[in-house]
Design a protein around this ligand. Structure first.
Ligand SMILES: *Cc1c(COP(=O)(O)O)cnc(C)c1O
Length: 379
């Protein structure tokens, strides 16, 4: 099929509204993950649309070397909501670029080149971020990648202690692994990673591309542990559906970042959308909402699916249901029969990443739909 490099699904989505998507026959779907966490405020959010319109009216693009109000406002807001003293921002267009910059900055600031990453971690698909990504599935046929990366079992402090040395430029981790199957790290592990990085003078990079922005019940997932990284990366939902990535760093990294740049770094329109998204998440207290609706969803899935599933994992509205097998078939049935869109990871995890504005009634709809396909999960 010319023109199609990647697989497509047999549902033609034409319109979105809040947590719902509609196909060309006006069937309604709950967008419980198909947005890849990219629309935390839901589709067609009025405030974000107004911010985009307003910016389009004035200026769509200007080269990054001139200050622009929309970009400056986003820098300030990101520094304000980022944990601790993470005050310096680099903007780009995606999660993989944000991690690519994180690794470059860490190498330059430390003068070292080795990176310690986690088994089952996912950081993106460009050569550097891909090198720090675990799964062979993403790397097959693309080697040689960037060298110097070693992998350790996730949430295993002893293994991390052995791997981090005075040759280490960076330790890169997701506070909760998303693609790897919704695996939260313990607060003690993140604290150990913080201490080890500090001891050897390496940068601790926390990749919050999937778990950040209020989804886990706090603005950033690392806040649960109290750990402040040297570099935090964000992307996916940051501009509520427009392409953006952000690398937020501490002063010692910002002082010596090397030469890095990008033509579309901090374009005014995406910056306006991102600032409105961040402000809305903060001012409408969506992290707290995500925590309570997410707890309700996890409780219902645990209660109703009981013996059928192995485990319900996650925080807030980043939820993984570990099943014995059949996650892919169940996700297809959820989409086609129940009109609920989720993303499986591997053969055994159903993943729910709905917009943070999800109501309790919609959470019940997700739980009911999952129960309706439960016979697919018992194989
Ligand atoms: C999706 C994802 C990325 C890559 O983001 P892209 O925008 O697809 O490049 C990186 N890290 C994590 C944790 C992700 O979930």
């Amino acid at each position: 099929m010319p023109g199609f490099v990647f697989s497509e699904k047999p549902i033609r989505l034409v319109r979105g509204d809040g947590p719902y998507l509609y196909d060309d026959a006006e069937n309604e779907y709950v967008d419980a993950g198909a947005s890849y966490a990219c629309v935390p405020l839901g589709h067609r959010h009025p405030g974000v649309r107004a911010a985009i319109d307003d910016q389009l009216d004035r200026l769509t693009y200007v080269q990054g070397s001139y200050p622009v109000a929309a970009r400056t406002a986003l820098y300030d807001l990101l520094a304000d909501v980022a944990p601790g003293d993470l005050d310096y921002v680099w903007l780009c267009n995606s999660g993989t670029e944000a991690n690519e910059a994180a690794i470059k900055f860490a190498r330059h600031a430390t003068g070292r080149s080795e990176v310690v990453a986690a088994i089952r971690g996912f950081h993106g698909r460009t050569m550097g971020a891909l090198a720090a990504t675990w799964s062979q599935e993403y790397k097959q046929g693309f080697e040689p990648l960037v060298g110097g990366v070693s992998f350790v079992p996730y949430d295993d402090t002893a293994a991390l202690t052995d791997a981090v040395t005075d040759e280490t430029a960076a330790v890169i981790l997701e506070p909760i692994q998303g693609e790897g199957g919704v695996n939260p790290a313990s607060p003690e592990y993140l604290q150990a990673a913080r201490d080890l990085a500090t001891d050897v003078g390496a940068a601790l990079i926390l990749d919050e591309v999937q778990c950040g922005l209020g989804r886990t019940g706090r603005m950033w997932a690392c806040e649960e542990s109290g750990v402040v990284p040297d570099v935090l990366t964000s992307a996916k939902g940051l501009a509520n559906g427009l392409p953006i990535g952000a690398t937020v760093v501490r002063e010692w990294i910002a002082e010596n970042p090397g030469s890095h740049g990008g033509t579309f770094s901090g374009g005014p329109v995406v910056c306006a959308a991102a600032a409105e998204t961040l402000r809305t998440i903060r001012d409408e207290e969506l992290p707290a909402h995500a925590a309570s609706v997410g707890q309700h969803l996890r409780d219902r899935l645990e209660t109703d699916l009981g013996d059928v599933i192995r485990e319900v994992r996650g925080r807030g509205l980043l939820v993984g249901v570990e099943v014995k097998t059949g996650a892919t078939a169940a996700a297809r049935d959820l989409a086609l029969d129940q009109r609920v869109l989720v993303i499986p990871t591997g053969r055994t995890v159903l993943r729910y990443l709905p917009p943070l504005i999800l109501s309790t009634d919609d959470a019940d709809r997700l739980a009911d739909a999952t129960v309706a396909v439960a016979d697919r999960l018992t194989l």
